[in-house]
Design a protein around this ligand. Structure first.
Ligand code: 5GP
Ligand code: ZN
Length: 116
């Protein structure tokens, strides 16, 4: 791990140094249940590579970050979760509290638009 990722909660979850309920894992990604679910099904999809936020993405990260969306969609489809909401918060003002890029997948309840 790099110096930055040593102090990163989600890097520790990806490395299984902190326990979580992992629902998806492959070479590049991990999906795990949110500790404070905001919907009946609430899963976070992260890259194993530490990227702090959307605004910290390199152009070479685009395919990797796209895989988060694909994995979230596949998880919802295969689990027959119905319609779902994907959220990526960028920056504290938008609700980002963990600075390792992640896609929230929430399903199992109605979702209003616009979000709060
Ligand atoms: P953000 O607010 O950065 O968009 O989302 C961070 C999410 O991580 C929150 O929904 C929060 O509940 C979740 N979270 C924070 N700490 C932990 C943890 O230790 N384990 C798990 N599974 N989720 C966490
Ligand atoms: Zn990290």
């Amino acid at each position: 791990m790099t110096t930055e990722s040593e102090s990163c909660l989600f890097c520790k979850i990806a490395a299984k140094k902190i326990p979580s309920t992992i629902v998806h894992e492959d070479d590049e990604l991990v999906g795990f249940r949110d500790i404070s679910p905001q919907a009946p099904s609430h899963v976070l999809f992260i890259p194993k590579k530490h990227i702090s936020a959307v605004t910290a993405m390199e152009s070479t990260d685009a395919e990797l970050v796209g895989k988060l969306i694909a994995a979230a969609g596949r998880f919802a489809r295969e689990g027959n979760l119905g319609d779902f909401r994907l959220v990526v918060n960028n920056g504290p003002g938008a609700g980002q509290s963990v600075f390792h890029i992640h896609v929230h997948m929430m399903a199992g309840r109605p979702f209003a638009w616009p979000p709060g």
